[in-house]
Write a protein that binds this ligand. Structure first.
Ligand code: RP5
Length: 160
């Protein structure tokens, strides 16, 4: 199975990344996590992205806050699908990162999830890998069914 890479711009993004890691673990999808910044370690971010396909990755998740150009910078150096997680920082409630990540000019796409959307980033990465992996697709379907059952149980016991 292809691996998922999770790159975060700073260790301060770790609480968001941990949500994605938890999902990948629960699906037994192999992954690597690294701290590479588009502005503090641009060469390392570039090198990782350029070699990601030959190193066995099928998808890259990039988590960053503030002027969050990490996902776009990674996407510029690979044709693997890149999923951006805009991280909420101390000011602007994450709108800065959201717009920086989602508003990619034509030609270099970044699939952007919600602000702090670590779980959905991992689920989208798994959906990408599952296009040609029926076992993984079955696991996704089972999770959907479990989520549905959980909501229906909450409805059943709701007393208000
Ligand atoms: C971004 O700047 C990082 O992704 C992080 O979200 C934000 C703040 O970084 P630190 O100053 O906490 O290292 O590059």
């Amino acid at each position: 199975m292809k691996k998922v890479a999770i790159i975060m711009g700073s260790d301060s993004d770790l609480p968001i990344v941990e949500k994605a890691v938890g999902i990948l673990k629960s699906f037994e999808v192999p992954y690597e996590v690294h701290i590479y910044s588009a502005h503090r370690t641009p060469e390392e971010a570039r090198e990782f992205s350029k070699k990601a396909r030959e190193n066995g990755f099928g998808c890259i998740i990039a988590a960053a806050g503030m002027a969050a150009h990490l996902a776009g910078a990674i996407a510029a150096n690979t044709t693997l699908p890149v999923i951006g997680i805009p991280c909420k920082s101390s000011c602007l409630d994450g709108m800065d990162a959201l717009l920086s990540t989602v508003m990619m000019p034509s030609g270099i796409p970044v699939a952007t999830v919600a602000i702090n959307g670590g779980a959905n980033a991992a689920l989208l990465a798994i959906e990408i890998l599952a296009v040609y992996d029926t076992d993984l697709a079955d696991k996704l379907q089972a999770k959907r069914a479990a989520d549905t059952a959980a909501v229906l149980e909450k409805d059943r016991i709701l007393k208000i």
